[in-house]
Design a binder for this molecule. Sequence first.
Ligand code: NDP
Length: 383
Amino acid sequence: MKQRIALLGSTGSIGRQTLDIVQAYSEHFEIVTLTANRNWELLASQARAIEPDSVVIADKSHYNALKEALSDLPIKVYAGDDALQQVVANSQVDTVVNALVGYAGLAPTVAALEAGKKLALANKESLVVAGELVMKLAAEKRAPIVPIDSEHSAIFQCLVGETSPIHKILLTASGGPFLHTPAKELEHVTASEALRHPNWEMGAKITIDSATLLNKGFEVIEARWLFGVDAEQIEVVVHPQSVIHSMVEFADGAIKAQLGTPDMHLPIQYALTFPYRWETTQPRFNFSKCSGFSFEQPDTERFPALQLAFEALRKGGNCCCSLNAANEVAVAAFLGGRIGFRDIPRTLEYTVEKAPYIAQPTLEDYRASDAEARNLAQTFLHL
Ligand code: NDP
């Protein structure tokens, strides 16, 4: 029987690569739903090629255009955030691939787990904002979460077959495009420079997060919740080649690593095929062409966002939610050319400090904290 998939964010970087895999193994997968935010043209052409049961456009202003574009096909067309939550709970769906970006991914994550679906999770912000709540819900509903993020997929793969606890997670980081850029120059780097990631081709938001190293901070938070370790058990190691995707150290000192080309097709495919491995159609890593691996410590003076993420994680409560919201505001402003690169960590620090603290937030508290932190960040940046 085919695995029936709701693919949230099909027009994005992860979404498009997920479709490559689904199409390469069309005898094993069936797409039930595709979704986008505004890119109705690409969504319509994907739907025309795949003929899913339904499509959702989150931004309602594009509903009519999408509906019209698909009017000759028997595809249901929905719009709005509520529709996103409804389609994931559809009884026809086995697996939800959440490839949305940002806070918008949290509600569909919760809806998928509530419905007991298998969740292939790329949307790290779900766990950054509300990791404790999300993991508790997954356990209650016995809904498996399989990570797509390459580092977490690597850790997940290192843990297969292990019964002993994790001693330490070694989370690798490329260091981004400004790994060795002097602090003074970081004040003046532009969005187009920040968007030139040395190893990975990704959506704009995560590419900027990689440049500030907040992406690595988010991954620390994500790892804390996915693998049930403390912040102290996670060490970030800069590995500019991005071939070792992460490592796990055990009590006896053994370290297991997962390696491969810097290509998201493998972690996406593994999230869909786990516990099996299928033949890949993508290029394989070739050691004879590799001149060596190097490692260094992250520089938290030049990249304070990494440290801010560790601090928010240690403070707990709604702090990581505030951090994420401030970052979404600051990254959008940076991409729009309205603020400088170093204003991003300044905004994070200000917002997390000023945001009211809630020790045990509910989903409703997270919504309020997200809105409050966005306001604080906008005020700080005079937006
Ligand atoms: P993209 O920006 O490329 O794609 C995001 C997708 O989400 C698009 O389909 C977009 O629609 C949709 N979307 C955006 N905002 C909303 C919203 N408010 N409501 C509903 N849908 C929305 O992002 P990526 O694919 O790069 O990243 C997706 C997630 O995966 C992120 O959490 C990222 O951190 C994580 N990730 C990504 C990696 C990568 O290689 N790209 C690697 C590891 C993790 P539209 O096209 O219409 O805007």
